[in-house]
Ligand binder design. Structure first.
Ligand SMILES: [Mn+2]
Length: 424
């Protein structure tokens, strides 16, 4: 369904006076407000095609109705989010869940909604119907060359699909690993995986990037063949300059210092992309910022500082995507919350007094350094984020708009109560 502009305008008109008051107060203490607002407007976060249906766990999934049942409807849903927040201007496809039948018309539909295609994602963690070889014991790492070949060819096919859509990056996440001690020779598994990745890398167009995503555990529970940033960095370094590490927040062991990982990967020029989510225990795939917003801010602080040190463009030089499963929530409401949390953390990071922080560090003034970070974090930047959204043509209050206009009810009316979206 399309969000009509006049309705957004009407809703905004009713909330403008209160917003103006809050924005002026927030802006009054900030240097270079215009620069911050522009950066906030430019910053877009891709929505994965698999996040638009009901989430759940391996124990069960509770449908919410009105789920998109094909790629066209998924694009419409992302378009709807983008119309409200003007910050979700890209969609990331998962192949084979979302193979476009006609790339030209899919591209045109996305363009109508102001969307571009972000990284394409391959899938060698599940067996597809009619598939010759099984991935039960891995894909790119497999002891059997025929399995590796099948997985390599799938990735090359995904690149071809991406080229058709105007995407410029491939994300490879592997479930490869072992579930029990003794099952694998770690070095052999690494070398097979590297050789396979090399063949995929060779098929990348010149302007493309390859993101090697790591994960500490699950579905394999003893070892993962791309288990941490060290292993990912090893692969990316051996592959070449088009290969990068991708950091997914939920893919670390508990209490990992993700901000430090981000900082060092940026230093090495090897951070390529980012998957946002939040977690309490493991790879919980919860709404971004729902559990630990301070950690999210600290990560953004390193991203901003590290990218600035290299003269990188915050909006375009890394891949930004949400990768969450929202469990029992309406996925569209959840995604609005996640994008908002990301924007808030980014805005707070933009407000850090970097000069004062550098001076405090030189003097080893630990108390001052903490005060400077928390001063930025404790700022209520929501009016800044709202102002950036307003200027970009979005809704002042996306979530309120979504509820007041009964968007989910309309989607259920249009698509039915029983639709099920492909995905996790
Ligand atoms: Mn991910």
């Amino acid at each position: 369904m399309l969000i009509e502009k006049y309705k957004v305008q009407e809703a905004n008109d009713g909330a403008t006076a209160e917003h103006k008051r809050r924005f002026e107060f927030a802006a009054s203490t900030i240097n270079n407000v215009e620069g911050v607002l522009q950066k906030l407007q430019d910053f877009q976060i891709a929505i994965p095609s698999w996040a638009l249906g009901a989430g759940g766990t391996r124990f069960g999934r509770f449908s919410i109705g009105g789920e998109p049942s094909n790629l066209e409807e998924k694009i419409e849903d992302v378009g709807l989010l983008h119309a409200l927040n003007r910050s979700s201007g890209a969609i990331s496809l998962h192949i084979p869940w979302d193979i476009p039948e006609n790339a030209t018309s899919i591209k045109a539909l996305a363009a109508q909604h102001g969307l571009r295609f972000d990284a394409v994602n391959s899938n060698t963690f599940q067996d597809q119907k009619g598939q010759e070889q099984s991935y039960k014991f891995g894909s790119l790492q497999h002891t059997n060359k025929a399995v590796r070949k099948q997985a390599i060819e799938h990735n090359i096919e995904v690149i071809k699909q991406g080229v058709e859509l105007g995407s410029d990056s491939l994300t490879v996440w592997l479930a490869d690993g072992s579930s029990f001690p003794g099952q694998l020779n770690f070095r052999k598994a690494f070398q097979n995986t590297l050789e396979s990745l090399k063949e995929i890398y060779a098929a990348l167009p010149d302007n493309w990037k390859m993101f090697v995503e790591y994960k500490a555990f699950e579905p394999n529970f003893y070892s993962m063949t791309v288990g941490d940033w060290g292993q990912s960095l090893l692969y990316a370094s051996k592959l070449g300059e088009k290969a990068f590490t991708l950091v997914d927040l939920g893919h670390h062991l508990p209490n990992a210092n993700i901000e430090q990982i981000v900082s060092l990967l940026l230093m090495e020029g090897k951070l390529g992309g980012f998957h946002f989510n939040d977690s309490k225990y493991g790879d919980d795939d919860l709404t971004v910022g729902s559990i630990n917003p301070y950690q999210l801010f600290l990560i953004f602080n390193e991203l901003v500082e590290g990218m600035d040190a290299k003269g990188m463009n915050h909006a375009t030089d890394l891949g930004w995507m949400i990768d969450a499963s929202h469990n029992i929530k309406d996925p569209l409401e959840d995604l609005l919350q996640s994008v908002e949390a990301i924007k808030i953390a980014y805005a707070q990071a933009l407000l850090v007094d970097t000069k004062a922080l550098a001076a405090a560090r030189e003097e080893n003034d630990v108390v001052k350094a903490q005060e400077i970070l928390q001063e930025a974090y404790r700022n209520d930047v929501r009016p800044l984020v709202a102002e950036a959204r307003l200027r970009a043509g979005g809704a002042l209050q996306p979530l309120e708009f979504y509820r007041q206009n009964r968007v989910r009810e309309s989607l259920i009316k249009q698509r039915g109560l029983q639709t099920v979206a492909t995905g996790l």
